[in-house]
Design a protein around this ligand. Sequence first.
Ligand SMILES: Nc1nc2c(ncn2[C@@H]2O[C@H](COP(=O)(O)OP(=O)(O)OP(=O)(O)O)[C@@H](O)[C@H]2O)c(=O)[nH]1
Ligand SMILES: [Mg+2]
Length: 354
Amino acid sequence: MEDKKEEEIKSITQPLCPSVPGLQMSCIRGTDLFGYIGIEAVLDQMRCKTMKAGFEFNIMVVGQSGLGKSTLVNTLFKSKVSRKSCAPDYEEKISKTVKLHSVSHLIEEKGVKMKLTVIDTPGFGDQINNDNCWEPIVKYVNEQYEKYLREELHINRKRRIPDTRVHCCIYFIPATGHRLRPIDVEFMKRLGKIVSIVPVIAKADTLTIEERQEFKERIRQDLAANGIHVYPQREYDEDPEERILNNRIRENIPFAVVGTDKEHQVNGNKVLGRKTKWGIIEVENVAHCEFANLRDLLIRSHLQDLKDVTHNIHYETYRVRRLNESNLNFSELGLSAVPLENGTADKCESDSHL
Ligand SMILES: Nc1nc2c(ncn2[C@@H]2O[C@H](COP(=O)(O)OP(=O)(O)OP(=O)(O)O)[C@@H](O)[C@H]2O)c(=O)[nH]1
Ligand SMILES: [Mg+2]
């Protein structure tokens, strides 16, 4: 009898996603499934769709000039995240960044595609007057929200809106070993309200282990004293499990990073590192610096959460403010308020609920 039931189940399964070998979907036909509804298959459906669509993930690097932002962008692309897909045309010699620009790489792992874009920005601190040096960055972040909003409000919306919104902003703090400087406080205060910031101690190889720990502690105190919100924010922890994981990250923030675009031989292996007179600092070795922790946070453990926080918190705040400002004045948003043709959009909406 049991065997017969098993036979029946087998005979009503069919491939769900040809690109995912072994993935099956059970068809619901009357009582064939003995009360089994098959809700769990929704996970496979989502996985399949996401694999086909791929991910877009956008990171921005911000901070004073010469702190190693462009070098870290190269480190990220040359490190394990994308060694295979490292673009050969990315400039070999890193020079001073003079304008905001983005570099994208298509990364594929086990059939999952991701377009990783890093937005490199010119550093501040070179000008005599550094007042409002955060303005171009704030403007860029808001412009991406505006672009997305306009696409969303279009009558003929794209099925997938291209996402250029900044999902994470890595803020570089100079390794002074003292406290946060007023300019960094001001900068991060403004940025933290519109984007998820992950602060890092730049050029951490210039600090000893003890100096790093003490500096980190002082920075955490300064962040809290100045009401600067950095990622991951306590109030968005979704459950106790996530809280435990995020507490560990919060205790470790800001990551003390070292960047490089050079590879060296260590014990017969090629490693990304900085060669000094007294040895090689291996950037992916967690005993040497916390670059790997930063990369894991961004890509391995919190990528989806960063995207969710961007969409549900930062973009939502922008959207509400913008729509209130314009008081739903579509012409101001550059959109025409033409009525829906034959109710097409309505139909699509209701179809999707079927
Ligand atoms: N010691 C040390 N030097 C670094 C590190 N990262 C980068 N550098 C060096 O610092 C210098 C400046 O690096 P960049 O990556 O151009 O710095 P940047 O922040 O992009 O500078 P701007 O484009 O002017 O804003 C270069 O000589 C790098 O080799 C690091 O982690 N440690
Ligand atoms: Mg640069």
